[in-house]
Design a protein around this ligand. Structure first.
Ligand code: GLN
Length: 318
């Protein structure tokens, strides 16, 4: 069978099974089966496919047609231009979440430019006391994609990641190693993970429980679970059957995790520290109100994602 016909057959089988991006996935799986890139795939389209490639490819197509996510088959996902390993223990990094990272990067760059300007005017004593690193906490870090991207994109940050799930943290530590990022991971329920949290490496919990230096941060970023419980059964099969429900379910109104974060984050932020949270497209107003009513933060702004939906709330400790 010609490669072109083989990939068309893959696309057809995926579409028939109800897979949304059948063409893209059929091509991705061909590249994965042959360990080649899209350019090589295009060059080979009129060539006959080897029998063993054909067999391997159709096997992969069958798995995808059973609605296993593409990323669970290939074992990885690209995010902010970096490669991340994924398993069923973590949420697959979404493009939506690139808005959170982009906004955090923008905010930190502005902060350091401002600090550099101030430093020019400062006395020698203040210069000596100057803060070395911008400390960031990635709360509910899952695969580590947010914190690791921040650590790779900025050289003045020190990033800690926390999660309740040990398997997720082991994967996050492996992802940090894969991307040569220096991020420390701590296990625990929300803020309990720092500063007393147990440090996690790719091999498991480290022998000595150890927290961050201060347990206070210049910025807290988080993409917590925020889907309403009643919506979970309506999600795509790939999501509801294969991704960890505990990374998605935000309780009855989807806001459970935000309530804890808004109540506690100010204790873990340095003066004027930033709080950046990913939100569902329809949660902006509720979050803004929750932040205002807490009295701990300056008024929140809402940042939109590429398709123009509310995606991130951003505020500062008063
Ligand atoms: N945006 C994700 C989804 O729609 C949800 C992420 C989350 O709950 N943090 O699947």
């Amino acid at each position: 069978m010609k490669t072109r016909i083989l990939i068309k057959e893959g696309e057809y089988r995926l579409a028939k099974a109800g897979v949304m991006d059948a063409k893209i996935d059929a091509e991705e799986l061909y590249c994965f089966a042959c360990n080649c890139d899209k350019v090589v795939m295009f060059l080979r389209k009129e060539e006959e496919a080897d029998k063993d490639v054909e067999e391997k490819y159709l096997e992969l197509i069958e798995r995808r047609a059973s609605r296993i996510p593409l990323q669970h088959i290939t074992g990885e996902q690209e995010f902010m231009g970096f490669r991340f390993k994924v398993t069923p223990d973590v949420l697959i990094p979404r493009q939506d979440t690139e808005t959170l990272v982009t906004e955090a990067v923008k905010t930190i760059r502005q902060e350091s430019e401002r600090a550099a300007e101030e430093m020019k005017k400062a006395s020698i004593f203040r210069k000596l006391r100057r803060r070395q690193c911008f400390e960031v906490l990635d709360l509910c870090c899952g695969s580590g994609s947010v914190g690791i991207s921040l650590s790779r994109m900025l050289d003045t940050v020190s990033v800690s990641g926390t999660d309740i799930s040990l398997p997720a943290l082991k994967l996050a530590a492996a992802n940090a190693a894969l991307n040569r990022a220096k991020v420390e991971f701590f296990q625990g329920d929300m803020f309990d993970a720092v500063p007393e949290g147990r440090r996690v490496t790719a091999e498991g919990l480290s022998a000595r429980a150890k927290g961050t230096k201060t347990g206070q941060f210049d910025m807290i970023v988080s993409n917590p679970p925020y889907i309403r419980s009643s919506i979970i059964p309506l999600l795509q099969e790939e999501v509801k059957k294969h991704e960890p429900i505990e990374a998605l379910d935000g309780g009855r109104d989807g806001l459970d995790f935000y309530r804890t974060i808004v109540k506690q984050a100010h204790q873990r932020l340095k003066p004027e520290g930033w709080l950046l949270l990913e939100i569902g497209y329809d949660q902006g107003e509720e979050l803004r109100k929750m932040i205002k009513d807490s009295g701990f933060y300056s008024p929140a702004t809402v940042v939109k994602d590429l398709p123009g939906r509310d995606r991130v709330v951003k505020c500062r400790k008063k």
